[in-house]
Design a protein around this ligand. Structure first.
Ligand SMILES: Nc1ncnc2c1ncn2[C@@H]1O[C@H](COP(=O)(O)OP(=O)(O)OP(=O)(O)O)[C@@H](O)[C@H]1O
Ligand SMILES: [Mg+2]
Length: 442
């Protein structure tokens, strides 16, 4: 059996190592090898369901060298991203594509001009260092290439995301991951991607585009056709990832524990022993909700088979899952405010700080009671009606709440706990990101 490194945080991106994703692997493979249509693909699913792993494993299998992986989660800490996220994305894509040899032959003439002037080269190096600084650790290949690039002047007028995308080799597979971090810029981002596909070239002349992120409402503007959107051409093909079944969760735990040496393959050949192990693994498989990351984290903590009886280990991992739930609830709140602002074309008179205070109180009360009515949000907590509706829609879509005869109930006790302890921090940066800008693609 191949070493998948389930418990080493260096998961091997190979479809052989994936558990419970046969159908999704096949679907994605078909989409990402269809050269005539080059469909856009959105991979949707809750946090830690294995979206990144699925896409990277499939691309690895098709053609490893075609991958341009852009993790917006990492990029978001760079100063340039905080200034202008789309520009930062364009710069990053350009540099990484250059390093990976995925720029079209003509692209160098368009984006890079050789220069003898020390001043300009310093400027280029400064821009790139500013952008890539937080990302460089460990990427020595990138570091060397950036030094080379500093002999060029960057043509800043030409660098916008859509232009960079159009100058990628046609077999490039661009994977934008964690797009919810573009919260306030999602519509502009969607427009730029659509613009690329709208230019009068046939699809086979353009790269593949895959997007992913764990906030479903953040992916909506890409997936859904909008009547208001003059640039709309093509919807994203959607691949939805559910959490793993209890059976698949047990299988993942077994493979991970065998790889760690805690469990021996020959022990599983004995029927009584196998049944005993499987019954011990059923509790974590059920309690950790089928999230592969949580299951792997659990496996990491198991030193001997006796540990499988230790409730503290499960509870410890559950609190990490709760932290993810809090993050998800925060993003849902932010996206609801952004969407309402965009629809209204009028910014709410409430300050963001006040609005988030009210959402936080509403979340707390929803969590404490376990069920609630829409009026709780609108009347009791004075959250504007449209924001309240977006919030409820998103919570429903994420399967955090479900409709009952006179209101909504919170489905998962873990989300209830997360709601009670949520703290929506409103920093200056969030304020900046929340400022919705809307300029059409030219
Ligand atoms: N199908 C699978 N089979 C086995 N292990 C998996 C599978 N999917 C994911 N994993 C494991 O779970 C971990 C988390 O998965 P991954 O990072 O892909 O999730 P994600 O949905 O992208 O999470 P996030 O929303 O935080 O970006 C991986 O590092 C890998 O160890
Ligand atoms: Mg991911």
């Amino acid at each position: 059996m191949s070493k998948c490194k389930y418990s080493k945080r260096r998961f091997v991106y190979s479809t052989e190592c994936l558990i419970g994703r046969k159908r999704e692997v096949e679907n994605l493979k078909t989409l990402l090898t269809n050269k005539e249509e080059k469909p856009w693909v959105a991979v949707v699913g809750l946090r830690a369901t294995g979206k990144t792993t699925l896409v990277r494993s499939v691309i690895n299998e098709i053609d490893k060298d075609s991958e341009l992986y852009i993790d917006i989660e990492l990029l978001k800490d760079s100063p340039l991203f905080q200034e202008d996220p789309l520009k930062a994305l364009a710069y990053y894509l350009l540099v990484v594509a250059d390093v990976r040899g995925l720029l079209k032959d003509s692209a160098h003439r368009i984006f890079f001009t050789p220069t003898e002037h020390k001043k300009s080269s310093k400027k280029t190096a400064k821009i790139l260092a500013k952008l890539l600084g937080p990302l460089l650790s460990g990427e020595s290949e990138l570091q060397v290439e950036i030094q080379k690039l500093s002999k060029f002047e960057l043509n800043e007028n030409m660098i916008c995301l859509s232009n960079v995308l159009l100058h990628l080799k046609t077999d490039a597979r661009v994977f934008f991951d964690e797009i919810q971090h573009l919260t306030g810029r999602i519509s502009t981002f969607a427009e730029q991607l659509r613009g690329v596909f709208q230019t009068p070239k046939d699809p086979s002349d353009k790269p593949w585009i895959i997007i992913s992120g764990s906030v479903i409402t953040a992916i909506k503007p890409f997936i859904q056709a909008s009547a208001k959107d003059a640039f709309y051409l093509q919807a994203f093909e959607e691949i939805k990832l559910d959490t793993l079944s209890v059976q698949d969760s047990i299988e993942l735990l077994k493979r991970c524990l065998i790889e760690k040496g805690v469990l021996k393959k020959r022990q599983l050949q004995d029927k009584t022993m196998r049944e005993l192990v499987e019954s011990l693994l059923t509790t974590p498989a059920q309690e950790l909700g089928g999230f592969p990351r949580a299951l792997v984290a659990y496996c990491e903590k198991i030193k001997t088979l006796n540990d499988l009886n230790n409730k503290d280990i499960i509870n410890n991992i559950k609190s990490a899952v709760k932290a993810q739930a809090i993050e998800e609830l925060r993003h849902i709140a932010m996206m609801s405010v952004v969407r309402a602002d965009q629809e209204r074309e009028k910014v709410s008179t409430l300050t963001l700080r006040e609005l988030f205070k009210r959402i936080k109180r509403a979340y707390n009360e929803m969590g404490t009671k376990g069920a609630f009515k829409k009026s709780l949000l609108i009347k009791t907590h004075r959250i504007p009606k449209d924001i309240a509706e977006y919030l409820i829609d998103a919570l429903k879509e994420h399967k955090i709440i479900s409709e009952i005869y006179d209101g909504y109930s919170i489905l998962d006790p873990l989300y209830r706990e997360a709601m009670v302890s949520i703290n929506i921090i409103l920093t200056k940066d969030i304020k900046k990101i929340m400022k919705v800008e809307h300029f059409p693609f030219q």
